[in-house]
Ligand binder design. Structure first.
Ligand code: ZN
Length: 170
């Protein structure tokens, strides 16, 4: 007989995946300290890394839970960039997870105020769900946390390649 995973099991899996993605952002050098944030949506609730979350050792307890309008549903304070995440969910009904980061090369382009030329094969998969924030960094929406993480890595690689093409040096 097949067993159907409970909602609690699904939430635990998603929290583990999001915590792993946070640590992966740090490990891959896309973020440092608490300067990136990750969220996912499940059953109308948004789970997002807490304020000052240390990405290097993010665990499943490092997530605030809020409603789609931002009302707190647990005692964990959400990161300050929660409104950016909620806006992404409002704009894109097919987005199940969001990552915001100040990764180096995407942030360079956000400070230039120019779009990043797409130099990696798959970046167009996220094209309408990537936003460069003026003088700040990038935010990307994906189907789930791993999709958003992969998209952010593609974005940063494109941003780096475009910068090298433009400047002729690393
Ligand atoms: Zn930011």
């Amino acid at each position: 007989m097949n067993t159907v995973p409970s909602r609690k099991d699904i939430l635990t899996d998603k929290l583990m995946q999001a915590a792993m993605a946070a640590r992966e952002l740090y490990r891959r050098g896309k973020a440092y300290g608490p300067d990136a944030n990750i969220s996912f949506m499940l059953d109308g609730r948004v789970y997002i890394t807490r304020r000052d979350c240390p990405l290097r050792r993010t665990g499943t307890k490092d997530f605030a839970c809020v409603t789609a309008s931002g009302k707190p549903m647990n005692n964990v304070p959400a990161c300050d960039e929660l409104p950016l995440h909620l806006e992404m969910y409002r704009k894109h009904s097919d987005v199940g997870a969001v990552i915001h980061a100040h990764s180096t090369y995407a942030t360079i382009w956000s400070c230039l105020g120019e779009d990043i030329p797409a130099h990696t094969a798959h970046l167009q998969n996220w094209a309408d769900k990537i936003y460069l924030l003026e003088n700040h960094g990038a935010i990307i929406g994906g189907k789930d946390v791993m999709d958003a993480l992969w998209g952010l890595c593609q974005l940063e690689e494109s941003a780096k390649l475009a910068w090298i093409f433009r400047e002729g040096t690393l």
